[in-house]
Design a protein around this ligand. Structure first.
Ligand code: LMR
Length: 481
């Protein structure tokens, strides 16, 4: 675990760290942990005067202090430490190196750590150390579109331990855009103010090559919405280019077993584009979010059956996260019984339930004036939890996954939503042998054809020849009716 300012008997005062940049102003943040406090002045302008005191760690013995002072001088930083507070080396046994690159191997220049997360603390002999002894190895999570509404709901769930577990320390790498620099800092400030014990690092930036380094999970939320009058093919192309670049960045610098969840629409094809641009990463690790659609389907079935949500299980979303998606009531179960035995009104299932789920995103936009954000964030959390905890016996969850070798005869080399189950190790298998009647088959084929057309249209971004755009007339995202 990253450690730093030792709380046991060390007094650090007036540690003013000034930006190297002469063109930016500075602000001061004061951090207090136990008996130790440190004021860190930082550039008020994100991205220009880079943090000088990244990963600064102050330990409690003289040799280390000398090294600290030397490093600090080199960095143009002023810092004073009360000599009386400095313990002999023996008293500081186990103290950590003073100034060190993070364990991930990223150099300070490559990572834009944020505020209090630039100063880390030696937790030895503190209550926090006792608690952290049972913690797992830190997981590094990238969130793109980090200053957006979905991320604003999601980040605090991630940082609280609700998603990866209350024994799972987390580092958040936040990717924003040129326009969202200030907002990203705002997100970082709110994360600071939450005092989440499990949140060990926050790094912010706008360059995927920097921000994707060593990430174990990549939650790709940021995407452009369709502007008025924009052709769907143009939207695909615009977002496709973003996801091609992000796929390349993942390929270059992410953890080799990074799990990638694409949320930005059109998420299935964006996930395929990222996958095709990241040959170093197993194709199985790429997902497109259809858990939101599964949750919507469960809600509608529960409402119709007059039961609580958690009595509805085995709900599959087949296909594309678009209005051709197929919410499967045939294999769904309510209180352990086939849903079709509990809801006998087949006309409702076919003619009301199905389109209601397919178009729920659009209905919500009409009410809210914007896309779903909170429920999307919850469904991202659910999708991750489904991969890091074992699937309950007999149940499954929906995820858009790579089709090559699938047991349902769906065309290879697509990202297609199917029933999956996991042992909780981050991996999954596609659940075979679900019943497919002619109603389901016809609709599944329609969604498959739509994805094949999207793929053809994006051939130039996935290394295929002979691409052309001939998208089905009614191809729309859930929010685009
Ligand atoms: C949703 O399903 O709510 C979103 O995908 C809607 C949209 O198209 O942005």
């Amino acid at each position: 675990m990253a450690t730093g300012l030792q709380a046991s008997g060390v007094q650090v005062s007036g540690c003013g760290v000034q930006s190297q940049s002469t063109t930016t102003t500075t602000t001061t943040t004061t951090t207090t942990v136990g008996q130790a406090s440190c004021s860190v002045a930082r550039s008020a302008f994100f991205g220009r005067g880079k943090w000088v005191a990244r990963r600064l760690r102050i330990a409690a013995h003289k040799e280390e202090l000398v090294l600290v002072q030397k490093k600090i001088q080199q960095a143009g930083v002023q810092c004073s430490v009360a000599a009386s507070a400095i313990q002999e080396p023996v008293a500081a046994a186990g103290a950590q190196p003073v100034v060190a690159a993070p364990s991930s191997g990223m150099t300070p220049e490559e990572r834009e750590c944020f505020g209090v997360f630039c100063v880390t603390y030696d937790l030895k002999e503190t209550d926090d150390d006792q608690r952290s002894k049972t913690w797992k190895k830190m997981v590094r999570v990238l969130v793109s579109g980090a200053a957006g509404m979905i991320a604003n709901h999601l980040l605090f769930k991630l940082a609280s331990g609700e998603v990866f577990g209350h024994d799972q320390p987390i580092a958040l790498n936040l990717l924003g855009s040129e326009k969202s620099r200030d907002a990203l800092e705002g997100v970082g400030m709110e994360l600071e103010d939450c005092l989440f014990p499990l949140l060990r690092e926050v790094n912010i930036g706008i360059d995927p090559i920097e921000v994707f380094r060593d990430v174990d999970w990549a939650l790709l939320i940021g995407a452009k919405p369709r502007d008025p009058g924009m052709e769907r093919a143009d939207l695909l192309d615009l977002n496709g280019k973003i996801f091609a670049e992000q796929g390349k960045a993942l390929n270059a610098v992410a953890s080799p077993d990074v799990k990638v969840l694409v949320v930005g629409n059109p998420c299935n094809t964006n996930a395929l584009i990222a996958l095709k641009n990241a040959p170093r990463i197993p194709s199985k690790n790429f997902h497109a979010l259809t858990r939101l659609d599964e949750n919507r389907a469960k809600c509608q079935l529960a409402l119709k059956a007059g039961v609580f949500y958690d009595n509805v299980s085995n709900v599959t979303i087949w296909g594309n996260h678009s209005t051709t998606q197929v919410p499967d009531f045939l294999n769904a179960r309510i209180n352990g019984k086939p849903a079709t035995d509990v809801i006998t009104d087949h006309k409702w299932l076919e003619e009301e339930f199905t389109p209601r789920v397919q178009t729920r995103g659009g209905a919500l936009i009409q009410k809210w004036g914007r896309s779903s954000a909170a429920s999307t964030a919850v469904s991202i959390a659910d999708a991750i939890k489904s991969l890091v905890t074992p699937t309950p016996e007999g149940d499954w969850f929906s995820s858009g996954v790579f089709t090559t070798g699938n047991p349902y005869g769906i065309a290879n080399e697509l990202i297609f939503s199917m029933p999956c189950r996991s042992k909780g190790d981050g991996d999954y298998e596609i659940v075979p042998d679900l019943q497919i009647d002619s109603y389901l088959y016809e609709r599944i084929k329609k969604s498959e054809n739509e994805l094949l057309a999207e793929k053809k249209c994006m051939a130039h971004l996935i290394g295929d020849d002979n691409g052309y755009c001939d998208l089905p007339e009614d191809t729309t995202l859930p929010g685009e009716q």
